[in-house]
Design a protein around this ligand. Structure first.
Ligand SMILES: *Cc1c(COP(=O)(O)O)cnc(C)c1O
Length: 477
């Protein structure tokens, strides 16, 4: 509820009104060069209170994990503990200059080193790099590594990446950006990779497979070891998309089932804030076969001294300096708070919560692959004539829930992809389930309520394609 009344007008400027008093200038006053000046720079003139109310009001229009449940499938919108923020705001971390020498940056490099060691243990990898700034960026790094490996082994013709149709959309995009061609492998009736189709695609042009496990339908790929062996036998390498490691931490180490290279999304599994394009980290881990190709620099320890070093055959840098360092501090804090035991409980709770909602929802919302799910599941929103998943998603906004991911993955019609994460209480899950069942009832008895939703937001339904293609970033339009 918005307790602060809306002002009648958006333009609140009033000539001569001032909200700041600047200290006396202690350097010579110089005019801004005319070339740097816009002809008519009309700065608003406002008092402090009006400014505070304006921004507070705007902030209350935001949807956030700190205010509401956010079951956005595949995005892992879990709670970001405040202790992470306290750690990242320590003056020693916050004020560290990126150009300071390794000698004077020992603490920061040690933190990177320890985080690397933690993720090596969680993934079972021989090496990891903190360079990539996001999951997709980590994928790009991994595909470059696979390509570098094949080139180093005299196989320039290995240019084909096999991608199951249950993969995340970034997978084919990353391969294409890296200059490889992609071949889609269909799913079988159970939602796993169709092994016959995979076998048929394995030839000497295969660079590898890029496999999302758990897949975007929220299912664990039970044949993962068989698949890895088929690819390895064909001379390829296995890229595992580990963005959604919160189904597996402490339970399964991806390297143990044949994954050669994988990215972790610190901004999903390890609780650092994301959304709005804000900084992330797609740390990439590698098995021995690919570890020397990792992007650098990587933190290394010798006789108690820490330094940042480039791997011998590494693909180079993916990011300036030491990547998004503040995110690394947050993720490291989270891992240390939970410990080894906590890592396992994290995964168990994520999977339990998703299955709890799935079992209660699937009586009404059909689930295409009704197997036990991992950290998320994909239901369908087309169980009443004339109602679409979009209508259900929009109606959820009226009840104070961020809609789940919709119309993705593409292999499930009218997809509604729910990921509760492990940080929500049973009460929150129950309240959510009640609302979903209530909306299903409304779909049958009062469909117009859904067609016209949302009813309580400042604006209703947008033309989402036009909004993304031609954004209006200024209120003056
Ligand atoms: C989120 C996600 C990605 C992409 O990660 P970004 O940080 O958004 O680039 C890739 N794969 C899967 C399975 C994901 O869930």
């Amino acid at each position: 509820m918005n307790l602060i009344p809306e002002p009648l007008a958006f333009e609140l400027s009033s000539p001569g009104r001032v909200g700041v008093s600047l200290p006396t200038c202690d350097v010579p006053v110089t005019a801004v060069p005319a070339s740097l000046r816009r002809a008519e720079l009309k700065l608003p003139e406002l008092d402090e209170l009006t400014v505070v109310r304006h921004f507070t009001r705007l902030s209350q229009k935001n949807f956030s994990i700190d205010t509401h449940f956010y079951p956005l499938g595949s995005c892992t919108m879990k709670y970001n503990p405040k202790a992470n923020e306290v750690a990242a705001a320590q003056p020693g971390w916050k004020g560290a200059h990126p150009l300071v020498s390794d000698d004077r940056n020992q603490g920061a490099i040690e933190l990177i080193y320890r985080l690397q060691e933690s993720l090596k243990a969680i993934g079972g990898f021989a090496g990891v790099s903190v360079q990539p700034a996001a999951g997709a960026h980590g994928e790009l790094a991994g595909v470059f590594m696979i390509r570098a490996y094949h080139l180093a082994h005299g196989n320039p013709g290995r240019v084909k990446m096999l991608i199951p149709d249950s993969a995340h959309g970034t997978n084919p995009a990353s391969c294409t950006m890296a200059g490889l061609t992609t071949v889609t492998i269909p799913s079988d009736a159970e939602g796993g990779v169709d092994l016959d189709a995979l076998k048929a695609a394995c030839d000497d042009t295969v660079a590898g497979i890029m496999i999302t496990n758990p897949s975007t339908i929220g299912l664990f790929e039970r044949n993962i070891e068989k698949i890895a062996k088929m690819i390895h036998d064909a001379g390829g390498l296995v890229y595992g998309d580990g963005a959604n490691m919160n189904a597996l931490t402490g339970v399964l180490r991806p390297a143990d089932v044949g994954i050669d290279v994988m990215h972790f999304n610190l901004h999903k599994t390890f609780s650092t804030p994301h959304g709005g394009g804000g900084p992330g980290v797609g740390m990439v881990g590698a098995a021995p076969v690919l570890a020397e190709y990792l992007p650098g620099p990587i933190a290394v320890e010798k006789n108690g001294k820490f330094s940042m070093e480039m791997p011998a055959k590494g693909i180079g840098r993916m990011k300036a300096f030491n990547g998004n360092f503040g995110v690394l501090v947050r993720a490291y804090t989270y891992i240390r708070m939970l410990g080894e035991e906590g890592m396992r409980r994290l995964a168990e709770s994520a999977v339990l919560n998703a299955n709890y909602i799935k079992v209660k929802m699937e009586k009404v919302y059909p689930v295409k692959y009704p197997r036990r799910c991992m950290h998320e599941f994909v239901a369908m929103g087309n169980f009443v004539d004339g109602i679409h998943t979009l209508d259900i998603a929009k109606r959820m906004i009226d009840y104070g829930y961020h809609p789940p991911t919709i119309y993705f993955p593409l292999i499930v019609p009218e997809a509604l992809m729910v990921e509760p994460t492990e940080t929500e209480s049973k009460e929150t899950l129950d309240a959510f389930i009640d609302v979903m069942l209530k909306i299903a009832e409304e779909a049958k008895t009062q469909p117009e309520l859904l067609h016209d939703a949302p009813h309580n937001t400042p604006i209703g339904r947008l033309d989402e394609v036009a909004a993304a293609r031609n954004p209006m970033l200024c209120y003056r339009s």
